[in-house]
Ligand binder design. Sequence first.
Ligand SMILES: *Cc1c(COP(=O)(O)O)cnc(C)c1O
Length: 396
Amino acid sequence: MKDLSAALGERKARGLYRSRQVVDGPQGVKVRMDGREFLSFCSNDYLGLANHPEVVAAFHAGLEAYGAGSGAAHLISGHSTAHHALEEELADFVQRPRALLFSTGYMANLGVLAVLAQRGARVFEDRSNHASLLDGARLSGARLVRYRHNDAADLAQRLQAAPAGETLVATDGVFSMDGDLAPVAELADVAARHAAWLMVDDAHGLGVVGPGGRGTLAQAGLDMTRVPVLVGTLGKACGTFGAFVAGSDELIETLIQEARTYIYTTAPPPALAQATRNALRLVREEDWRRERLQVLVQRFRLGAAQLGLHLPESATPIQPLIIGDAAAALHLSAALRGRGILISAIRPPTVPPGSARLRITFSAAHNEEQVDRLLDVLDQLDTSGTVKVSVPDEYE
Ligand SMILES: *Cc1c(COP(=O)(O)O)cnc(C)c1O
């Protein structure tokens, strides 16, 4: 049997031990932990909707109307008018004929990939894709081929070298740990030349980038003929929970018939769908949230440059500060916490070895003073990442 304590000990020694922070109260730019208040720069609540009064009120109203639980899977008796209306509104938002709700983005990706890529097929994925896209390909039984990050030419070469057969290309729209955008138009050209399906997971793009927050594909002017499969999640910019796949009527009907992570699981609470409908309305109507984010991100990048901090190219609310060494990143995260700022250290295997980082994220609910405070504190700390430090005590 596997020696669990030895494996855990080794993980700690390498600075890779993960532990949870217990948040006491709602999500927001200020969160309470251990009886203290922290200024947070590490949620995916980009538009500040997770605790928005109208979204919370819609959740309450949904509970009154539908009760707490859905009671069954969508295909039995768990699919409510709230779910159905949300699907129609999501389809309208991303300008595709239909959308299908999944319980989570992880499940959506597993479900879609298992249906579209079976044994004998090939799935080509960006090296930096989200774990759920990589796991989906692995579990599908298809052959997984990874291409260099955002490198359409490398993808083209690998497609060229592959034998004929069912082929699917999958990419994040906005990369979750780097914040950069996939070159979706180039990828769509390459995919089309090789008669491959293209699937874009726009978990971090929807609500944040593109006209009206309609995401990476809307920004690039790509419709369903160029990118047949779009995955979106609802736990990020929408502030609630869940995910969806959008595409043609045939795609959605096929998923309803075959996607095991759709069929064999309880439908999410209808009240949650009601809350998300309200959040989606705010996403669509309130452009000022996206404009605010841009102001904050630019202020941060300018300030960081003045401090000599190197940030990779990113125009999204995801602004990683690459530290390198995992233990050094942890140490820095702990030092920030000591100064009242919450930013988690992201370490391998979530990111490649040697590229541990502080994943700094912004929300439309932050203000300028808070960005300046973050810059002040970063200025006080050693962010060079060159010093090898021991794992800070509180992580032991
Ligand atoms: C967060 C995320 C997911 C998973 O979505 P959940 O709803 O949290 O399971 C999938 N893909 C990407 C790119 C993500 O960032």
